[in-house]
Design a protein around this ligand. Structure first.
Ligand SMILES: CC(C)(COP(=O)(O)OP(=O)(O)OC[C@H]1O[C@@H](n2cnc3c(N)ncnc32)[C@H](O)[C@@H]1OP(=O)(O)O)[C@@H](O)C(=O)NCCC(=O)NCCS
Length: 176
């Protein structure tokens, strides 16, 4: 099994096709014609077994504002493992790799949006209830600014010393 971290612009067409196949088996509702939902991520972790792509974790690196502080975050997108390879700690290993990378590079928080809290709680994430502002994007069009609480789905994990506060989050872009 080989795990690689690849910047988005370096990913080949053939690999994008493999990502589409993996997404189709893990996310039945995912758009069939692309490998991102709203916008391309910054980089991805990809896991291969022989020639087959079996694991994916996308990362969106950006600054956001939380209350009165600006913080550097890595947002986790589209974490998935081929069903035939699940429950072998492959996703846990990817989250651990990202955690180490974030620690090495002074990232303040990992952030993600999910309905499955329990899996991420096990990895040190906590549910937060901040009111958010974000850029609404649908099918490559900006539709405006959302402004409301994201109920029961926004999770964060502190990497450095900064404490998450309960002020308004300005995502300075879309929500991944
Ligand atoms: C969620 C997912 C990425 C986990 O990948 P994985 O490599 O199988 O995960 P790990 O092996 O590291 O951990 C597996 C453990 O997490 C548990 N688990 C898996 N999905 C879970 C969930 N949604 N909620 C709580 N626990 C979950 C498994 O039961 C297993 O528990 P065990 O170790 O006690 O047997 C994988 O199941 C998947 O791709 N699911 C479909 C896509 C998806 O839902 N992605 C998450 C989007 S936010």
């Amino acid at each position: 099994m080989i795990t690689k971290r690849i910047e988005e612009f370096q990913i080949s067409t053939a690999t994008h096709q493999q990502i589409q196949i993996l997404f189709a088996s893990c996310f039945p509702e995912y758009p069939k014609d692309r490998t991102y939902f709203k916008q391309v991520p910054t980089f991805r972790y990809l896991v291969w077994e022989s020639e087959q792509l079996i694991g994916h974790l996308g990362v969106d690196h950006r600054m956001i504002r939380v209350g009165n502080q600006s913080v550097s975050i890595m947002g986790i997108v589209d974490l998935c493992i081929d069903p035939a390879f699940q429950s072998k700690k492959i996703a846990s290993n990817l989250i651990q790799k990202l955690n180490e990378l974030a620690q090495q590079h002074q990232i303040d928080f990992l952030v993600l949006v999910t309905a499955d809290h329990n899996y991420y709680r096990k990895h040190g994430f906590q549910l937060v209830q901040n009111i958010c502002r974000w850029l609404i994007i649908n099918n490559h069009q900006m539709l405006g600014i959302g402004h409301r609480r994201i109920e029961e789905s926004l999770m964060v994990k502190a990497i450095g010393d900064k404490k998450w506060n309960d002020g308004m989050i300005d995502f300075l872009g879309h929500i991944f």
